[in-house]
Design a protein around this ligand. Structure first.
Ligand code: ACO
Length: 441
């Protein structure tokens, strides 16, 4: 997997830093990737100068070399292994995208057949994991269940946790991609008190996921192909997004040599927050709170007020300073799903479109380059499909698992990989002597 880490080229360009206090000059090489901004190689900065860089939130820091996903946030471009997201969403399917992210190229027909077969035959969970669910309260957030159950996989699948063994890494990766829909669907079934539905191997990945979410033993469940295709497209759109918070969490956890199941559990925890994967849930809550088109100006006003912590959920992105290309596809998918379900007059859609327009025309949002992101429309689609609010981020986690494992594999195979260990600007107390309790006032 990920046999090639893209080789960056060191141009003759360099950047010189001058210390005003001493007049000393330090020169650093500039490295070019295959596309995107060049980077200044500061790996020897501390050793050569005695300085660290200071970059909270890593807005200007490249943490790794990667050949998986490329984003141009100004242009609104997203490429998986070089392929534009729009083309993949239109012509490909999620299994093919998984193969592409893991192996670097699109599969031929035989490779695709084998990959789908192999993933399909890992969808079942160890039967004892069943019992694991019983430990959770029924009203647990399904993301809490996901963090727990995925973390617990390392206690069940010892035979694939030797990270130095490429075959172990491959089996662990397949297991996670395959089992995640089962774990997610069971988290939902547990919350609503229905029996767990086992995977059916003759179904495609997205069909099987819908089946495990919505089937029950009492009556037949017919899979709607439009909904299955929409879900598949949503999985494609969320499959990877280079070094975002959850992926960086997976890499950082993995850099210490932790087992892959534990690393993915860490990624799920990071995804949960409302500034990241939790935004799709937050968007729907916000739309429900706004409730009426007439109240849009009130909420837009609040979002613009620096003294009000309220933000328009589903707007803005650390990297995209243009329309998130995934949001456009998501909007189209939203129309398709609502048309199929005869719910085009869904009031939340009308509200969302109204809000989007007001924000796109508003000087504040234009100036700050705040555009709708991928999460803005996904919640409406999920709601129409009958997926409850608390499961929205779980679906994101299912989709992103392939990105996490592809990035984790790439990191392990990178010969320059080291444990991730940022430094800090210390502003706390300087050295002082311990005072005995009796001496403290
Ligand atoms: N509504 C109102 N104002 C906003 C919003 C928003 N949604 N997003 C950013 N801003 C403003 C900030 O107040 C800030 O203004 P200032 O410069 O006057 O202080 C400016 O835009 C820049 O915002 P930052 O928070 O510094 O930008 P950052 O890159 O750190 O944050 C983030 C990006 C977290 C996505 C932010 O835009 C946000 O909170 N959006 C809402 C949550 C959301 O939709 N998250 C999903 C992200 S996509 C994903 O994870 C799949």
């Amino acid at each position: 997997m990920n046999k090639k880490v893209v080789e960056s080229s060191s141009s003759n360009r360099s950047v010189t830093l001058v210390d005003n206090a001493t007049g000393r000059e330090f020169t650093f090489p500039v490295i070019s990737g295959s596309v995107g901004p060049d980077v200044i190689d500061v790996r020897n900065l501390y050793q050569d100068t005695g300085f660290f860089t200071f970059d909270p939130g890593y807005t200007s820091t490249g943490s790794c070399e990667s050949g998986i996903t490329f984003i141009d946030g100004d242009e609104g471009t997203l490429l998986y292994r070089g392929y534009p997201i729009q083309e993949l969403a239109e012509h490909s399917d999620f299994m093919e995208v998984c193969y592409l992210l893991l192996y670097g190229d699109l599969p031929n027909a035989e490779q695709k057949r084998k990959f789908e077969h192999d993933i399909t035959y890992h969808t079942m969970l160890h039967e004892q994991i069943h019992k694991f669910y019983d430990g959770f309260r029924r009203d647990s957030h399904p993301m809490a269940v996901m963090v727990g159950v995925v973390g617990a996989l390392s206690a069940f699948y010892h035979d694939s946790t030797d990270i130095t063994n490429p075959r172990h890494r491959m089996i662990a990766s397949y297991r996670m991609i395959a089992k995640m829909p089962t774990i997610a669907a069971w988290a939902y079934k547990y919350a609503i008190g229905q029996p767990f539905v086992y995977p059916r191997n003759e179904l495609k990945y997205s069909e099987n996921f819908l089946h495990m979410l919505f089937a029950n033993p009492c009556e037949p469940y017919t899979i709607n192909p439009v909904l299955a295709r929409a879900l598949d497209r949503i999985l494609i759109l969320h499959a990877d997004h280079e070094q975002n918070a959850s992926t960086s969490t997976v890499r950082l956890a993995g850099s210490s040599g932790a087992n892959p199941f534990a690393c993915i559990a860490a990624g799920i925890a990071s995804l949960w927050g409302p500034a990241h994967g939790g935004a799709n849930e937050a968007v729907l809550r916000m739309l429900e709170e706004i409730g009426d088109k007439n109240r849009i100006p009130e909420y837009v006003k609040r979002a613009k007020n620096p003294d009000d912590p309220f933000r328009l959920m589903g707007f803005g992105h650390r990297v995209y300073k243009n329309y998130d290309p995934r949001a456009k596809i998501m909007r189209q998918t939203c129309y398709e799903v609502l048309d199929e379900l005869g719910a085009r007059d869904e009031p939340l859609l009308e509200l969302a479109m109204g809000l989007e327009q007001v924000a796109l025309d508003d000087e504040f949002f234009v100036k700050k380059k705040l555009y709708p992101n991928v999460d803005f429309y996904s919640g409406i689609i999920f709601k129409a499909m009958g997926i409850p609010l608390s499961m929205f981020t779980v679906l994101f986690a299912v989709a992103r698992t392939v990105g996490w494992v592809a990035q984790w594999n790439e990191m392990i195979e990178d010969p320059t990989q080291k444990i991730g260990r940022p430094r800090q600007l210390y502003t706390g107390a300087t050295r002082r002597d311990y005072k005995l309790l009796a001496q403290r006032t």
